[in-house]
Write a protein that binds this ligand. Structure first.
Ligand code: PTJ
Length: 249
């Protein structure tokens, strides 16, 4: 039982959630390690949404609203931490939700589908009832996609994504948004928009921005996107976790 006054209260509560999901079989073994890596980066950024992340969230909201066929990709960690948020975001954007697992097993697909349905999802793509296709003929188990989802999507939100998969999505011509606490990861560097923030903070903020920008004209949304530079934004984020400077604090 974590005490509310504990300085790591929120972080420890997330750990409990992750461990519970792991014991239920929702998470891949590697999901725990990935969470630990995320925790370390979260600690370094001060466990709060920093300005560059907010800029990326605003740009992501604009891009998702401009998209013709947006898809929200869900893996084990995302389902364990923020399934209700994903479902609400999909509803606001009229986007599809697709299960996309790096360590895919029929049992995990089933459990994640149940979680998403319980969270209110009407339809979940990427299950074993569908015949998945390979992105642009890339014959890799990392390149599978639902023919009605990621395969035909123009914009894909892929939180906590593995670098190989992110590369394949780019090779298949997708515009990708990621949420990844590690600004140095291959995924953060490959993505068109990288939100360096904890997914439990980023998705509610993304929902807020989508609601705020929903009434904007396409030109206004395009202007927001034009003013966003992902490389510069990642550099700004890295400067925030400059350890040399932190030591002097
Ligand atoms: O459920 P599966 O089978 O699809 O597997 C999912 C994992 C996460 C195991 C798989 O995609 C993987 O191995 O990912 P990586 O390569 O470890 O990358 C995950 C990234 O997410 C790392 O850069 C972490 O720092 C980051 N991360 C972890 N937890 C969070 C996070 N980013 C944002 N919010 C978090 N809560």
């Amino acid at each position: 039982m974590v005490e509310k006054g504990h300085p790591r209260y929120r972080s420890l509560k997330l750990r409990e959630k992750i461990l519970e999901a792991y014991h239920k079989g929702v998470l891949a073994d590697a999901g725990i390690i990935a969470h630990g890596r995320g925790e370390a980066f979260d600690y370094l950024i001060g466990e709060k949404t920093r300005r560059p992340a907010l800029r990326a969230i605003k740009a992501a909201a604009a891009l998702l609203l401009l998209a013709e066929d947006p898809v929200l990709s869900v893996n084990g960690n995302t389902a364990a931490l923020i399934s209700e948020g994903i479902v609400e975001l999909a509803r606001l954007l009229d986007a599809k939700i697709e299960i996309n697992l790096f360590h895919r097993t029929p049992q995990r697909v089933k459990l994640i589908e149940e979680i998403l349905k319980r969270a209110g999802a009407r339809e979940v793509l990427g299950t074993d009832r569908e015949k998945l296709k390979h992105l642009k003929g890339i014959k890799s188990p990392r390149a599978t996609a639902s023919p009605r989802g990621i395969y035909t999507a123009d914009v894909v939100l892929v939180p906590l994504e593995d670098g190989d998969r992110a590369e394949m999505l780019k090779r298949a011509g997708k515009t990708i948004i990621t949420v990844d606490l590690n600004p140095l990861s291959r995924t953060s560097r490959k993505a068109d928009i990288s939100i360096t923030d904890n997914i439990v903070r980023a998705i509610p903020l993304l929902i807020r921005y989508v609601k705020k920008l929903k009434g904007c004209k396409r030109d206004e949304l395009k202007k927001i996107l034009e003013g966003f530079d992902n490389k510069k934004n990642l550099e700004d984020m890295l400067r925030l976790i400059d350890l040399q400077r932190m030591r002097k604090l």
